[in-house]
Design a protein around this ligand. Structure first.
Ligand code: UGA
Length: 456
């Protein structure tokens, strides 16, 4: 099927590459000329495992362009995957969405086009997009009311595992008020729903995985599913973090507690990893938007608000624990292991590392940091002043008064801790992700404090 994708960020690019791999003719449109040039050469603008490889395999069906007419003219399905960053009041900024809708109305020419909102948008945006497309479409066509339809198809991809989340999804959710649009999208996703595509060698199909659930609904329900899913995941994390603080007080170990409750199939064991809490571009933005939508209708959303409050508290706790250990932060050297908001991505949006570093800097500490993949981005986005960036994990320990583990990159487990301990001024690690082994730290002569685990 001829498919256009507007926006080549995480969502647009992953969706475009995966659909091209499934056999559709995909054209990705972006306004950033440098990005498009690189994509034409097969260079991805983001670090996402296997994206380059899948892009190569799909290259026969994949085009990148700056020209809206080129992308939209023959498209039967158009995905809108533009950014919707948060405004100060918590509402998403819909400027990019609006201009995407306008150019769709101006350029589409196929007899029936399904316009799919893939960006996370406030509930009701489908109708709003429809009205914008209609206005610019009418200027060119004698409007007969059947040239296009707007659908919602929220994404549930996690950065760092976006491609397997896409190819081996738990479900595909599609909302539209026209049954014909649902049929078009079912056809588009058919190879994925029935798992008839050949799995790439580097992304093998999980054993026993045979089909993907296809859930259809009205437009508003699909839009709300996205927010409700992210808010629920966010509050699951905040819930375990609240229990984790109590764990420390009563002498329990949150990792046992988490396993113990997660084995109850009604609860499930995923997203119960206690620690610093969530970062990234999604949970913060989407929980804020949900609360703001509630407010529009006079409906308070205290559970979602509490999830946000606990999350903010987790970052502050790292600094509080450090203060109670070191007493004075002024003049101390604190190392940070891991800068990206989670492992396997170089994304620094709402990264806990930066907020923690700022709190430490405000208190007069010197902060050095290292990350296996996001150093270039940190240099560009944070500048040199906030955190001194060092070229390897070991350098973070040199002359340090404490090291904080903020992102659970697997390679941090294989650091030569005995060697690093010898270079520390004060042998203390604060593990914000429950990632390091206490016996190994003991043997290296390092005092380890893990969030959620009582210190004995
Ligand atoms: C999240 C959702 O998981 C996706 O389903 C959704 O599509 C995406 O947002 C989005 O709306 O675009 P993402 O933010 O990429 O995906 O990554 P997650 O794996 O969800 O992690 C988010 C944060 O939660 C990370 O900082 C991670 O460290 C933290 N986390 C996750 C925990 O602290 N504990 C956990 O148990 C799981």
């Amino acid at each position: 099927m001829k498919t256009a994708i507007i926006g080549t960020g995480y969502v647009g690019l992953t969706t475009g590459v995966a659909l091209a791999y499934l056999g559709h003719e995909v054209t990705c449109l972006d306004v950033d000329a440098a990005k498009v040039e690189n994509l034409k050469k097969g260079i991805s603008p983001i670090y996402e495992p296997h994206l380059d490889e899948l892009m190569k395999l799909a290259s026969r069906n994949l085009k990148f362009t700056l020209d809206a007419g080129d992308a939209l003219r023959d498209a039967e399905v158009v995905f809108i995957a533009v950014g919707t960053p948060s405004l100060p009041d918590g509402n998403p900024d819909l400027t990019f969405l609006k201009s995407a809708a306008q150019s769709i109305g101006e350029k589409i020419a196929s007899p029936y086009v399904v316009i799919v909102n893939k960006s996370t948008v406030p509930i009701g945006s489908g109708n709003w997009v429809e009205s914008i497309v209609r206005d610019s479409y009418r200027a060119r066509h004698a409007y007969q009311g059947s040239g296009f339809v707007v659908a919602s198809n929220p994404e549930f991809l996690r950065e760092g595992s976006a491609l397997s989340d896409m190819l081996y999804a738990d479900r595909v959710v599609v909302g539209a008020d026209d049954p014909k649009a649902l049929d078009v999208l079912r056809k588009l996703y058919q190879p994925l729903l029935e798992q008839t595509f050949e799995a790439p060698a580097f992304l093998p199909r999980p054993e026993g995985f045979r089909a993907v659930h296809f859930l259809t609904s009205d437009l508003q329900s699909a839009e709300l599913i996205k927010y409700a899913a992210n808010a629920f995941l966010a509050l699951k994390i905040s819930f375990i973090n609240e229990i984790s603080e109590l764990s420390e007080k009563v002498g329990a170990d949150i990792q046992h507690v988490s396993r113990g409750i997660g084995l109850d199939s009604r609860i499930g064991n995923r997203f119960l990893q206690a620690g610093i809490g969530w970062g990234g571009s999604c949970f913060g933005k989407d929980t804020a938007a949900l609360i703001s939508t509630g407010k529009e209708y006079g409906l308070p959303m205290p559970i979602t608000q509490a999830a946000r409050d606990v999350n903010t508290r987790q970052r502050a706790r790292m600094v509080e624990i450090l203060m109670s250990e070191l007493k004075i932060l002024k003049g101390r050297k604190i190392g940070i292991l891991g800068l990206s908001f989670k492992p396997f991505t170089d994304d620094l949006r709402d990264a806990p590392a930066l907020e923690i570093a700022k709190r430490l800097l405000e208190r007069g500490a010197k902060v050095v940091g290292f990350d296996p993949v996001s150093m270039d981005r940190a240099r560009k986005e944070w500048g040199e002043t906030a955190i001194e960036l060092v070229s390897n994990a070991e350098a973070v320990f040199s002359e340090s008064d404490a090291v904080l583990l903020v992102t659970e990159w697997p390679q941090f487990r294989t650091i030569d801790f005995a060697k690093c301990a010898a270079q520390m001024k004060n042998k203390l690690i604060l593990d914000g992700r429950g990632h390091l082994d206490s016996t190994q730290m003991n043997q290296a002569g390092i005092r380890l404090i893990t969030l959620g685990r009582a210190t004995r």
